[in-house]
Design a protein around this ligand. Structure first.
Ligand code: 5GP
Length: 130
């Protein structure tokens, strides 16, 4: 089966600015950053999303969390703060089907979830029917 873009980056078959790598995780700069610091962190094992995590994979999650703090220090946002996000599935806004965490920082981030006008309407409709 064809590799997706993050598998290719992991295997160094596609270009990326890799900023950290160890036996468990690879981290690289997002091609279209949403903040001054925007790093993507993936497990070296292909896992499609958080939904597909198995018990034997949980060490990858610990390594991602430990790696995040190291990368935050590397990019000097350890003290000022940063956000770690994973998008899962369609409603979560996941575009690349390879588990990844976004580490974003370098500026004061707004509310975690900021709904557009139409999303607010969807949410209000949902509240009135539930
Ligand atoms: P998602 O929406 O799946 O959570 O995030 C996918 C992220 O991957 C997006 O922020 C997007 O900019 C980034 N991305 C997509 N293609 C590439 C690529 O070829 N190289 C890099 N470095 N980032 C990519």
């Amino acid at each position: 089966m064809d590799k997706n873009i993050f598998e290719k980056i992991r295997d160094e078959e596609a270009e990326a600015d890799i900023v950290y790598r160890d036996d468990y995780i690879t981290a690289f700069k997002d091609i279209s950053p949403s903040a001054p610091v925007h790093i993507l962190i993936i497990p070296n094992k292909k896992i499609k999303s958080l939904n597909e995590i198995q018990n034997e994979d949980t060490h990858y999650l610990s390594k991602i969390l430990l790696g995040s703090a190291k990368i935050a220090r590397q990019f000097d946002v350890h003290e000022t703060g940063y956000r770690l996000i994973t998008n899962c599935g369609n409603d979560g806004g996941q575009e690349v089907p390879y588990l990844h965490f976004h580490l974003v920082g370098g500026l004061k981030l707004g509310k975690m979830i900021s709904l557009s006008k139409s999303e607010k309407k969807q949410f209000n409709d949902y509240k009135s029917t539930s």
